[in-house]
Design a protein around this ligand. Structure first.
Ligand SMILES: Nc1nc2c(ncn2[C@@H]2O[C@H](COP(=O)(O)OP(=O)(O)O)[C@@H](O)[C@H]2O)c(=O)[nH]1
Ligand SMILES: [Mg+2]
Length: 303
């Protein structure tokens, strides 16, 4: 079931890779077919790793390995599995006492608010009491969107009016999380990159306020990246990572993208684990990222 959804989501990326692999193997492998595979990996957003891999493949071929038809595929799979980084065990370990605070950051439209709803649902399924703070006070619609999700999920929401100081909302959220004995507090944030300097200092202020109220908070800062933005996602991760310590990535919109390789570049280029993936617009369309399963889905034969 889970696998089927991931498999369906990755079908466009998979089709490209399978198509390229069909032209490889044994005597059919030439400099041209290898170049074609490199191209495909690039367009699937595997990033600079594509070139590294193909150089390595060429060396393997010259040394007389990777000769059999299936060998190239097996080799590529192993290489990619090494590059992908998933969560180290529990994607969201909770602190021993008091609320665990999760700060969610990312550019506008990345899928922060939707991913928060999904994370709430995921935690609720583990009998966790979750409280959400509507820290994106920039647009009234952002608070409304979160209100609808929280009503639907039966999660408490701390919010303020549009234009309010997001740090004040975070402060109130932290107080409420302690008072109501929430297991997890999730803090939504605005993502307008065009005032990047303000955004970043705002994020720093939110972090400080949370840390003053709850020891060690935020315990996790998750960056939401839209898988369809491909290599741009890597740039965004760099930008945010320079200013706030990131613990991991939620990769949204992995459904229907032909750039599923972004998962691989993120681990490889940034050393950041992909903790969760978003596979649609509903709260159920959300999975803990499993590298093994990801590669299985990426190479599965069929459509
Ligand atoms: N197909 C798909 N759409 C998504 C996913 N996650 C979010 N979206 C959509 O992306 C748009 C922006 O999401 P939103 O959560 O508001 O982004 P935010 O600005 O970062 O808070 C909305 O239309 C969401 O429904 C996903 O995993 N798959
Ligand atoms: Mg939002």
């Amino acid at each position: 079931m889970v696998f089927a959804r991931l498999r369906a989501g990755l079908s466009r990326t998979r089709n490209k890779i399978r198509h390229a692999l069909r032209s490889l193997g044994g005597d059919r492998t030439t400099a041209e077919t290898l170049e074609a595979l490199e191209e495909i990996l690039y367009t699937a957003d595997v990033g600079p790793l594509a070139t590294e891999l193909l150089d390595a493949a060429e060396a393997e071929l010259k040394a007389g390995r990777l000769a059999g038809p299936g060998e190239m595929e097996a080799w590529l799979r192993t290489q990619l599995l090494e590059a992908v980084q998933g969560p180290d065990g529990d994607p969201l370990p909770l602190v021993e006492s008091g609320p665990t605070v999760v700060l969610v950051v990312g550019v506008n439209g990345a899928g922060k608010t939707t991913s928060i709803a999904k994370l709430v649902h995921w935690l609720q399924q583990q009998q966790r009491k979750v409280l959400v703070a509507a820290g994106d006070t920039f647009r009234a619609a952002a608070v409304e969107q979160l209100t609808i999700w929280c009503d639907r999920l039966g999660a408490d929401l701390i919010k303020s009016q549009q234009g309010a100081d997001p740090a004040a909302v975070a402060h109130d959220g932290a107080e409420a999380a302690v008072a109501r004995h929430a297991d997890v507090l999730i803090v939504d944030t605005a993502g307008r990159l065009h005032t990047q300097k303000n955004l970043m200092s705002e994020l720093e202020k939110i972090s400080r306020v949370l840390g003053r109220k709850i020891e060690g908070a935020p315990h996790h800062t998750l960056l939401v990246l839209d898988a369809t933005t491909g290599q741009n996602a890597v740039q965004q991760a760099k930008l945010f990572g320079e200013r706030v310590p990131l613990s991991g990535v939620i990769l949204s919109k992995l459904d229907g993208t032909a750039k599923g390789g972004a998962v691989i570049s993120i681990g490889r280029q940034l050393g950041l684990p992909v903790c969760y993936v978003g596979l649609g617009e509903q709260v159920e369309d959300f999975e803990v990222f499993d590298p093994q399963e990801f590669l299985e889905a990426l190479f599965a034969p069929g459509d």
